[in-house]
Design a protein around this ligand. Sequence first.
Ligand code: NAD
Length: 321
Amino acid sequence: MAEKSFKVAVLPGDGIGPEVMTEALKVLAAIEDKYSVSFDKTMANVGGAGIDKEGKALPETTIDICKSSDAILFGSVGGPKWETLPPDEQPERGALLPLRKIFGLFCNLRPAIIFPALTGSSSLKESVIEGGFNILVVRELTGGIYFSEPKGIEEVDGVRRGFDTMLYTEPEIERITRVAFDVARKRGNKVCSIDKANVLSTSVVWRDVVVLSDEAAMLTGSLGMLPSASLAEGSFGMYEPSGGSAPDIAGQGIANPIAQILSAAMMLRYSFSMNDAADAVEAAVEKVLTDGYRTGDIYQGTDSEKKVNTCEMGDAIVAAL
Ligand code: NAD
């Protein structure tokens, strides 16, 4: 009998989402065996899959399943098939933004760690990253230009234009800044603030936030390596790869499942307080990389590398666990 049990809403989404999710679920099954825990998983539609099967990017049934869960494990949403829908109905705007709002997911954590075996895949020179790096991007998620009103598309004097509003309140700034400094205290005691205070009024009010994320993908070698956590107050969170649904490689079984698997590890750490299990998953990922396993996005063609597909990478990580 498992000692602990957690409810997980599993939302694979579109494109490579379901492919990499399958591998993350294998890893969670291995964690159940090893740590006497059980994950009560409920699958739900989201994004294009939600539109196709239930008529909405974020169906009510999915919201209910998420509300009755301890955490959400999310794949990715979007793809060319749904890009002609009105913007508010499209997978990202219709699913991701409401999920952030409904669950108060104000804090996005995006670790960018270079694994020693992958220094050759980084956009930085090996001499620069000797000794590795470990960056944690902390990003505010429920304010700013994605959410502030008014926004829209209008026609004025026969000219069509789009507009957004960027607004941050002091309490929003304080809340995310506190997270950044709390996290920094447990790491290297450093917070790097990047803003545009010479131009933007919001940046003048808010100089204390770190706002770099996609840039980190190139530093770690691939988007397929970057997990993320979106946290609410308390232990609830949503965990997903930083990349998208990668329609260019979807359906081929070649996507890198590591971002999804490391997202599951973040869920173990931040929502379930299972630090040992999270450490074990991260160590297993590091081991398979050191052993030379590479999906296409991180493969460089050297003799020490073994090119594998999505499923083989998942199996190797489970075996290392
Ligand atoms: P993308 O992240 O899907 O892909 C960018 C590049 O990275 C592609 O070449 C892709 O093949 C590669 N890539 C991404 N993840 C990978 C993985 N796990 N393994 C190997 N390679 C990987 O970004 P895009 O092409 O700009 O967007 C594609 C779709 O995804 C769009 O519909 C977009 O709206 C959506 N999107 C969704 C999310 C999300 O669900 N959170 C985030 C970003 C983009």
